[in-house]
Write a protein that binds this ligand. Structure first.
Ligand code: ADP
Ligand code: MG
Length: 477
């Protein structure tokens, strides 16, 4: 039996067909699927955000008239926008938006991963997605309050505060926070986001790692939905992108970032970026992006001095309700100098040891624990180690890895090894080449480039490389 929504929609189409030119009808109406009729609300599914906007712009009156003819003047229309058509692993993602010009409210849940329950409160706001609620993906523990100020971070912290008070309205746009690992980039960037949410409840804040951004982009690009991807990001008021150095392997994602950056910047929206080096030193990132990164303020996070390290330890202890002798705190602060993550790591190891051995924390225990900690925390990674890890990972023999063969698996394993050696060791390209049966440095350059390109286009390949990268990283700790 014909469903109610099909019946209503077919009647509408019969009228529309006579009014709209054939070619336009084919383009804009045939792809529409009626999906539900509840009370007087007809929901129609449209293939993309762009499609929805086009209908809203050109055909909303026609739709309103025909639908009211069918259902009376109470008639309402809702679009179900296909955000992602899904695959065998993920179900399709859609979001529902009320049509402009039909007085209505929508309370549908949205499935887009970054979006939670969507009360489209005011259907008259255009574009219709403007008022949706987006889960900002922030960790609530990363606040300014828990971010201890010291000489090492004063400028960046103050800049962050200023931006949080007036997002998009200061010259600190973008705000770029840079510094080495474990110095607080993620914490500070998220603190700005959390503070914006506290001060400006109506602002849409979104935190995303560069990895996730790039992955999402590649998924959308595979589904021919790049426009939807870009549109989505253009709805954000405060966009925080962490670790932008990772864009160096993703040329096409950089194009998307460029479009999003321009749109947001021009519309007075705030961008906050973090990076492990100052923008001018970022390799493999397009110059046009770098020059934009330099438009605002770049503030660095430095290694904390002794007093700040003490303050940080005491803050952590206070937050966790812990206590330990002052001399132990000093001992840790004195000995762990490299970064704050290690400082925390030392504290956690010490607590673990103390509770495992049912032993009070004292200087002796601290010395014992820190000895292990420091020893295991800065291993030098060699080309040989990486070669071994890659061989194990792909189950190829060491000899094969070095041989001259055109077998694809082996060629790729070798290229990945060179790529990782370039990232994780301080060896020159020449030395790396020598470790692969005397290949020259241009081969190494070519290999690294190939790996980057493949990571951009082949997600399985990309996953392998990332997994390996994590293994090597772990081995280096
Ligand atoms: P990064 O992103 O630069 O690698 P994170 O932001 O992840 O570093 O910081 C590492 C750890 O150190 C986190 O647990 C963070 O909360 C903590 N941390 C960093 N800076 C500070 C600070 N100024 N005060 C308190 N904790 C800090
Ligand atoms: Mg980080």
């Amino acid at each position: 039996m014909e469903k109610a929504h099909d019946k209503v929609w077919n009647s509408c189409l019969a009228i529309i067909k006579d009014i709209v030119e054939w070619q336009h009808f084919k383009t804009w109406f045939e792809p529409i699927r009626p999906v539900a009729l509840k009370e007087k609300i007809l929901t129609i599914q449209v293939p993309s955000q762009f499609f929805y906007e086009y209908l809203e712009e050109h055909y909303v009156n026609l739709l309103a008239k025909t639908l009211k003819r069918e259902l009376g003047k109470e008639a309402r229309l809702e679009y179900r926008i296909m955000v992602d058509s899904g695959n065998d692993k993920n179900k399709p993602l859609t979001m529902d938006v009320a049509a402009h010009g039909f007085k209505t409210f929508s309370n549908n849940e949205m499935d887009f991963p970054l979006v939670i329950n969507n009360p489209v409160k005011n259907p008259f706001v255009i574009p219709g997605l403007r008022k949706m609620q987006i889960d900002s993906q922030l960790n609530p523990i990363y606040t300014f309050d828990s971010f201890v100020e010291g000489d090492c971070n004063r400028v960046a912290r103050r800049a962050g505060k200023t931006v949080a008070e007036k997002p998009g309205a200061t010259s600190f746009n973008p705000l770029v926070i840079y510094g080495g690992v474990g110095l607080g980039k993620t914490h500070l960037a998220q603190a700005v986001g959390n503070e914006v949410k506290r001060l400006h409840q109506n602002k849409v804040v979104l935190y995303v790692s560069s990895e996730k951004f790039i992955n999402q982009f590649q998924d959308h690009s595979r589904n021919n939905a790049i426009n939807d991807f870009i549109h989505f990001y253009q709805l954000i008021d405060v966009l925080i992108i962490d670790d932008v150095q990772f864009f160096n392997r993703a040329e096409k994602s950089q194009d998307a970032l460029f479009a999003i950056f321009n749109h947001l910047h021009q519309s007075g929206k705030q961008l906050i970026l973090s990076s492990d080096k100052p923008p001018k030193d970022l390799e493999g990132v397009q110059e046009r992006l770098l020059s934009r990164f330099r438009w605002g303020l770049s503030a660095d996070l430095q290694v904390p001095d002794y007093d700040t390290r003490i303050d940080i330890l005491e803050k952590k202890m206070k937050n966790d309700g812990l206590d330990m002798p002052r001399e132990v705190v000093k001992y840790i602060a004195y000995n762990i100098q490299s970064n704050i993550r290690e400082l925390e790591g030392a504290l956690i190891s010490l607590l673990a040891q103390s509770s495992l051995n049912k032993r009070e924390i004292d200087l002796d225990l601290a010395k014992k624990v820190l000895r292990n900690f420091v020893k295991t925390s800065s291993k030098e990674i060699t080309i040989e180690t990486i070669q071994k890890m890659v061989c194990e990972f792909f189950d190829v023999s060491y000899d094969k890895l070095l041989q001259k063969t055109r077998k694809r698996e082996i060629v790729q394993a070798r290229q990945i090894t060179m790529y990782l050696a370039k990232i994780f060791t301080k060896n020159s390209l020449k030395t790396i080449g020598e470790h692969f049966g005397g290949r020259d440095h241009t081969t190494v350059i070519h290999s690294c480039q190939t790996v980057k390109d493949l990571m951009d286009t082949d997600s399985l390949f990309r996953e392998s490389v990332i997994e390996l990268q994590q293994k090597v990283q772990l081995a280096a700790m």
